[in-house]
Design a protein around this ligand. Structure first.
Ligand code: DP6
Length: 314
């Protein structure tokens, strides 16, 4: 019986991906740059079954993204019907990139169970077809997703041990978002007057982000990442109907991060398609950041992550 399981971690984009190129292969409209986390974990196992079944956190689900993904994968690699079991130790669909760790882990488990012998770049390409951000969770530490030799896959740009950063996640809501990333991106592309400015400026943000990471220049990375996040949110707000992913506590938390930094604490914020705030800081100040963000009204709890590895067979 072919069976394997894999562990994968979410990643947090510092230069964001929001928008797709035309076509069916889920090719991003812009390059992106992220950090893979530790602590938050998705465990995915696959084995042969009589028919396809997907269980997420113990419940049988029908997931169109996974179904479409399996159709694409089977066109290249004949696979039997699968039982896929995936569980997260963090809230699903609330802007913590569960689809990233989900597809990176799924691909890694399928590759191992059926001996597909994919290279990490090939796994990243396939994971991207499932969910763009998943391409990055195949790798650990600092990761870039960009076009290389005519295809889009991620690569590691700095190993996780090289720069001791922490990510403090301030949870401000545990409910699932009402507009998923795929639909949100389509809406922004079709309706936001800022879309072309977004795609153009993200290319130079990505180049500047790569340089800031390679020099381990915290303040330059902070400025690039916060600007990318706020530009993405401007794009979301200017879409019609608008995409509101933040709540009041999201803004209060961002203010608290800015205050900390103005007071000399090396920390910056980023937010994705959800209300949670991720505060990236030097590891020496993580306790200060946790203490301050825990006191923000509306913050339900905080999680502290370091930088983690790419998806691996467990
Ligand atoms: C805001 O990777 O979830 O987190 O490719 O449609 O599955 P699909 O989108 P997804 O989008 C991630 C959007 C983001 C920014 C980012 O992670 O770069």
């Amino acid at each position: 019986m072919n069976r394997a399981s894999a562990l994968a971690h979410p990643n947090i984009a510092l230069v964001k991906y929001w928008g797709k190129q035309a076509g069916n292969h889920n090719i991003p409209a812009t390059p992106s740059l992220s950090v893979t986390l530790d602590t938050l974990t998705t465990r995915t196992s696959v084995c042969e079954s009589e028919r396809d079944r997907v269980e997420i956190n113990g419940s049988l689900v029908s997931d169109k993204k996974i179904e479409d993904f399996l159709v694409m994968l089977r066109a290249a690699h004949p696979l039997p019907p699968l039982l896929i079991e995936s569980s997260n130790n963090f809230p699903t669909n609330a802007g913590l990139a569960s689809s990233a760790s989900g597809f990176a882990g799924l691909l890694t488990a399928i590759d191992a169970a059926f001996g597909l012998q994919m290279s990490p770049s090939e796994r990243s390409i396939w994971a991207r077809r499932g969910s763009g951000s998943a391409a990055r969770s195949v790798f650990g530490g600092f990761v870039s997703l960009e076009e290389t030799n005519g295809d889009w896959f991620a690569r590691s740009i700095l190993p996780m041990e090289a720069w001791a950063l922490k990510v403090v996640v301030a949870i401000t809501s545990e409910t699932a978002k009402d507009v998923g990333s795929t639909e949100g991106m389509r809406r922004s592309e079709e309706t936001s007057p800022y879309y072309s400015g977004w795609t153009e400026s993200t290319k130079s943000d990505h180049a500047a982000g790569l340089s800031a990471v390679s020099h381990q220049d915290f303040s330059r990375l902070a400025s690039i990442a916060e600007s990318s996040c706020l530009k993405m949110y401007a794009l979301m707000l200017s879409s019609r109907p608008p995409l509101f992913y933040w709540n009041g506590a999201t803004l209060e938390t961002i203010s608290a991060v800015r205050e900390l930094r103005n007071g000399g604490v090396p920390v910056f914020f980023t937010v994705d398609a959800g209300p949670q705030v991720k505060a990236i800081c030097q590891d020496t100040v993580a306790d200060v950041v946790v203490e301050r963000l825990s006191r923000v009204p509306g913050v339900l709890r905080t999680l502290v992550c370091g930088l983690g590895p790419g998806a691996y067979v467990d």
